[in-house]
Design a protein around this ligand. Structure first.
Ligand SMILES: [Zn+2]
Ligand SMILES: [Zn+2]
Length: 394
């Protein structure tokens, strides 16, 4: 039996315990920066494995180092812990007991996966040549937890970092891996359009910011369709428009917010200037003044070539090449990207969907999201395999 077969077998053996843990976390979801119960469970389990644990790192973040039998590099593996403000509609017997809060992105799965990996790695501690740092992160959903943990030194001394996210559009038992951009950047757009309000019956006495805002929303789409190449993957979506108090009053001001996503770092850099020009000049055409605040939130998740090749080798060893697909880049975002500013790394998709396409699973952030729990043991074996292989003497 080779290392991979043994790992899968051991992961299978702890699977019932990991599923039970995941269901407990699922029952008790906690919003971003409120993950105290989840963090306490993670810390307790890591301590039980003999690790010294730091808690309260960047919110409720937990980190623990597992030092191997001899010296070598430090690599990190990260999971996120927070849930979403969604009312669960799965009808599961372990559904959320907190109304309006749900693990609809599977971070309960990720926490359980990483605790499983920690157990599998700790059993082979003496074989490690180097250190594995386990990172349990707060507040991924609001893209704040990674930055907060980095600010507390979580990446100090880390040479490489690995992580995963479950994905219900590919079957459990499979993985999706690609080098380069896996997920796009996320930026926030805030637009204020000022005009001059007055009576709706006398528009000529006013400067109507609603008409200007309507033109701005349409014009912004040309930033994507006319100014960036179709191959570069740019999205500009306006999500809120707020103005006005009554049907017969022209308001003074309109406020809009939106999200901008880029698969390419170069085009991301150009977006603030493009969007500001379109908004300001369109507003000027309507005698209004437009202001844009472009708030950078998270860069693209960019996988390192060498580490992706290495991760592919481990995943193929565990699951077979036929169970690894190469996904197209997605315009979801992930604050895992923040860690990649400080060390190279690799992030991959862990299939958590049904085997047949016909039973299409509810997607991430759906109130009916219900991942296939068999992905948990697979994820634990995968992360453990990466750490063990990386810190083995060859
Ligand atoms: Zn999410
Ligand atoms: Zn997520």
């Amino acid at each position: 039996m080779d290392m991979y077969e043994r790992l899968m077998e051991q992961a299978k053996r702890i699977e019932p315990e990991l599923i039970e843990l995941r269901r407990d976390l699922h029952r008790h979801p906690e919003l971003s920066f409120k993950e105290s119960r989840t963090a306490a469970i993670a810390a307790e389990r890591l301590k039980r494995l003999g690790m010294s644990v730091r808690t309260g790192v960047g919110g409720h973040g937990v980190i623990a180092d597992l030092h191997g039998g001899s010296g070598g590099p430090t690599i990190a593996i990260r999971a996120d812990m927070d849930a979403l403000p969604i009312l669960e509609e799965t009808g599961l017997d372990f559904a959320s007991e907190t109304p309006g809060v749900m693990h609809a992105c599977g971070h309960d799965v990720h926490t359980s996966v990483l605790l499983g990996a920690a157990k599998l790695i700790a059993e082979r501690q003496a074989d490690l040549h180097g250190t594995v740092r386990f990172i349990f992160q707060s507040a991924e959903e609001i893209l704040a937890g990674a930055k907060a943990m980095i600010g507390q030194g979580v990446m100090d001394g880390v040479e490489e970092i690995y992580g995963l996210h479950n994905l219900p559009s590919i079957p459990a038992g499979t993985v999706g891996l690609k080098t380069g951009v896996l997920m796009g950047s996320i930026d926030r757009l805030e637009i204020t359009i000022d005009g001059k309000g007055g009576h709706g019956g006398y528009p000529e006495a006013c400067i109507d910011p609603i008409v200007a805002a309507s033109a701005v929303v349409m014009a912004l789409q040309t930033a994507v369709s006319r100014e960036t190449p179709p191959t570069e993957g740019v999205v500009v979506s306006i999500g809120t428009i707020h103005a006005g108090t009554a049907n017969n009053i022209i308001p003074d001001c309109v406020e809009l917010t939106g999200t901008v996503r880029n698969l390419s770092a170069q085009w991301r850099e150009r977006m603030p200037a493009i969007l500001a020009r379109i908004v300001e000049d369109t507003c000027r055409a309507y005698r209004c003044s437009g202001k844009v605040r472009y708030i950078e939130q998270v860069p693209p998740v960019l996988n390192d070539d060498t580490l992706t090749g290495f991760t592919a080798e481990v995943l193929d060893g565990l699951l077979g090449r036929h169970n690894r697909s190469e996904p197209v880049p997605m315009t979801y975002g992930e604050d895992f990207a923040e860690y990649l500013r400080f060390a190279k790394g690799c992030f991959f998709w862990l299939g958590s969907g049904p085997q047949a396409d016909a039973d299409r699973a509810a997607g991430l952030h759906s109130p009916r999201f219900n991942p296939d729990e068999s992905c948990i043991a697979v994820g634990a074996a995968a992360l453990a395999g990466i750490a063990l292989k990386r810190l083995a003497i060859e």
